[in-house]
Design a protein around this ligand. Structure first.
Ligand SMILES: C[S@@+](CC[C@H](N)C(=O)[O-])C[C@H]1O[C@@H](n2cnc3c(N)ncnc32)[C@H](O)[C@@H]1O
Ligand SMILES: Nc1nc2[nH]cc(C(=O)O)c2c(=O)[nH]1
Ligand code: SF4
Ligand SMILES: [Mg+2]
Length: 219
C-alpha cells in the first residue's frame, strides 16, 4: 500500500467519457493520460500531452479514477510505457477491480504489462513518420486479449498494414486487428471500401468521441 503513496507519475489529464477507440468502443471509461512521448507521429491528436502535466502519486490517481462511475479504465498518453511507474499503476487498477486497457505506440517492450490488461499496440505506419520505432518483437508475445491497431493515412499505409497483418498472422494471434482512418486525413468511406474489396479479416473503427464532441482534449 505504501508504494501507492511513494510512486508517482506525470499526468496530463484524467477524464470520464465513452471509450472512442478499439474493442471496448462505446463503454463508459475513465481515461488516464500520461505526460510525455518519445515519438512524433505526423497526425498526433494529443500533442498537448507531450509536456507539462502534474505529478500525482498512484494513490491520488486511483482516488480520482474512483470518483467516476466506470468499470473500465484506459491508460494512454503521450506514451504510457515511457514512465516506468505506469506498470504499478496498471497493476493497482487491476487489483482494484477495473478492466484496464493500455494504448501504446509499441515502440517499447510490452512484456512487463500486467497480464490482466488488454494491450492495444498501435503499429506505426509509413506515413506516421515513426515506422522505424516499431518494436516488432512485441508481436510474438501478444495474446487473444490484446489488440493491434493500424492508423491509416493513405493507400501506401493500407498496403503496408495488409502485408504486415499477413506476415505476423495477426488475425489468428490477437483478439482484434483494428484499422482506423487518420482523422480528417483519409476518408473513412475510402478505408471501408478498400477493406471490403479485399475482404480483410479486420475491424474498422472510427474515433467515436470525435464524432460526438469533435477534436478537443478531455473527451
Ligand atoms: C494519442 S495515442 C496515445 C497512446 C500511444 N502513444 C499510441 O500512439 O498508441 C492514442 C491513439 O490515438 C491514435 N491517434 C492519434 N492521432 C490520431 C489521428 N489524428 N487520427 C486517428 N487516430 C489517432 C494513435 O495512433 C493511438 O492509437
Ligand atoms: N473518448 C476517448 N476515447 C479514447 N480512446 C483512446 C483515446 C486516446 O487518446 O488514447 C481516447 C480519447 O482521447 N478519448
Ligand atoms: S506515439 Fe502516440 S502520443 Fe506519441 S506522437 Fe504518436 S500518436 Fe502521439
Ligand atoms: Mg485521443
Amino acid at each position: 500500500m505504501s508504494s501507492l503513496t511513494k510512486k508517482s507519475l506525470r499526468i496530463s489529464e484524467i477524464f470520464y467519457s465513452l471509450q472512442g477507440e478499439a474493442r471496448d468502443s462505446g463503454l463508459p471509461t475513465v481515461f488516464v493520460r500520461l505526460t510525455g512521448c518519445p515519438l512524433r507521429c505526423t497526425y498526433c491528436d494529443s500533442e498537448y500531452a507531450f509536456h507539462g502535466g502534474e505529478r500525482m502519486t498512484l494513490e491520488q490517481i486511483l482516488l480520482q479514477v474512483q470518483s467516476h462511475p466506470a468499470r473500465y479504465v484506459c491508460v494512454t498518453g503521450g506514451e504510457p510505457l515511457a514512465q516506468p511507474n505506469s506498470l504499478p499503476l496498471m497493476e493497482a487498477l487491476c487489483d482494484t477491480g477495473y478492466q484496464v486497457s493500455l494504448e501504446t505506440s509499441g515502440a517499447m517492450p510490452v512484456d512487463k504489462v500486467d497480464e490482466r490488461v488488454s494491450r492495444v499496440v498501435d503499429l506505426k505506419t509509413p506515413a506516421s513518420g515513426e515506422q522505424h520505432r516499431n518494436h516488432m518483437a512485441n508481436m510474438q508475445i501478444l495474446t487473444q486479449q490484446d489488440q493491434v491497431k493500424f492508423v491509416i493515412c493513405d493507400r501506401a499505409d493500407y498496403d503496408w498494414a495488409r502485408f504486415t497483418l499477413d506476415q505476423y498472422r495477426l488475425p489468428e494471434r490477437v483478439g482484434e486487428v483494428l484499422f482506423s482512418p487518420s482523422y480528417e486525413q483519409l476518408k473513412p468511406r475510402q478505408l471501408a471500401e478498400w477493406i471490403l474489396e479485399d475482404g480483410l479479416p479486420v475491424r474498422m473503427q472510427m474515433q467515436m468521441h470525435k464524432l460526438l464532441w469533435g477534436d478537443i482534449p478531455g473527451v
